[in-house]
Design a protein around this ligand. Structure first.
Ligand SMILES: [Zn+2]
Length: 163
């Protein structure tokens, strides 16, 4: 019979399983699967001397074992594909969060988030107070436009990275 040590068919003697230190008794069954019953034999390979146990069981269990192995392989492959797709989705979300954090870090965003308006700088306040309101407004507009353009560029750059 097949010797698991020689990995080929050899002559194997049948011996008492108890001679390997196993509990005596040759009829066994699983208490959790009472339909699985087998007859245990001790075997000693006459070529290499390796001792091992065999279980004589209903052959249908071999077919069931193969079916279960195949099903498990398929489940495992599907689970791995699912995990890969989930982490890709998580990656896209985390890049989106990073983009939003960049946007939040911009001064123009912080200012509008706090007050709803962009405040005048000291320099702009001086201009406005000294009567040069037009210069103050122009400066403010330029700053806002630059800030928004910067925000758009940064978000676009982040979106491009995540493609
Ligand atoms: Zn052997």
């Amino acid at each position: 019979m097949w010797c698991p040590h020689c990995r080929e068919i050899t002559v194997c003697a049948a011996v008492d399983p108890a001679s390997f230190g196993n509990p005596s008794g040759q009829r066994w069954q699983r208490t959790d699967h009472t339909d699985i019953q087998w007859f245990r034999r001790g075997r000693v390979c006459q070529t290499c001397g390796h001792g091992f146990l065999t279980a004589e069981a209903n052959e249908q269990f071999i077919g069931e074992l193969v079916e279960l192995r195949d099903a498990l392989r398929e489940i495992k492959a599907n689970a791995e594909a699912y995990v890969a797709e989930s982490s890709a989705a998580a990656g896209a979300l985390s890049r989106l969060t990073a983009s939003l954090n960049v946007l939040r870090a911009l001064q123009v965003y912080q200012q509008t988030a706090h007050s709803g308006v962009i405040e005048l700088t000291d320099e702009e306040s001086q201009l406005a107070l000294s009567g040069n309101k037009l210069a103050a407004v122009q400066s403010l507009r330029k700053r806002t436009a630059l800030g928004l353009a910067e925000a758009v560029d940064l978000v676009n750059a982040h979106l491009k990275q995540s493609e």
